[in-house]
Design a binder for this molecule. Structure first.
Ligand SMILES: [Zn+2]
Length: 131
């Protein structure tokens, strides 16, 4: 079943029909990617903000709670060139959220890059820069 899901969700085309995500789209697809890549272990985003962004497609913001628990907020663009690009960015940001909750840092270093193979399984070429 997991293999089938991986295959069905593979995305390859970056440019297609524009896609305008909602907050619930972000939660839904993040939870699917979380399940496929991380066995559902990355804590849910406490807050997702969909907004006009000019410089980037998304930001994952690491937060440390009063009892030391780590979680993230997500800010994401309100318009994407395609669903595939939205999905690719959500995956990218979730890798950051995973590093933040496990290690208390975010980078495009070894932890990030070690997810390239997993990302490729769901059709996403994990990149550092998109614009
Ligand atoms: Zn990044």
């Amino acid at each position: 079943m997991r293999k089938k899901a991986l295959k069905a969700l593979a995305v390859t085309k970056w440019d297609a029909k524009p896609y305008f995500p909602t907050v619930s789209d972000c939660h839904l697809w993040t939870s699917i990617i979380n399940y496929l890549l991380f066995g559902g272990l990355v804590p849910k985003y406490r807050k997702v903000t969909v907004k006009r962004m000019n410089e980037s497609w998304g930001h994952c913001i690491g937060v440390t709670g009063t009892r030391g628990q780590r979680y993230c907020r997500l800010e994401i663009a309100d318009r994407f060139p395609s669903f595939a690009s939205f999905y690719s960015i959500l995956l990218h940001e979730l890798v950051h959220a995973s590093e933040w909750t496990q290690k208390g840092q975010m980078s495009h270093g070894n932890f990030f890059l070690s997810h390239r193979e997993l990302a490729a399984k769901v059709g996403v070429k994990l990149r550092i820069a998109y614009r």
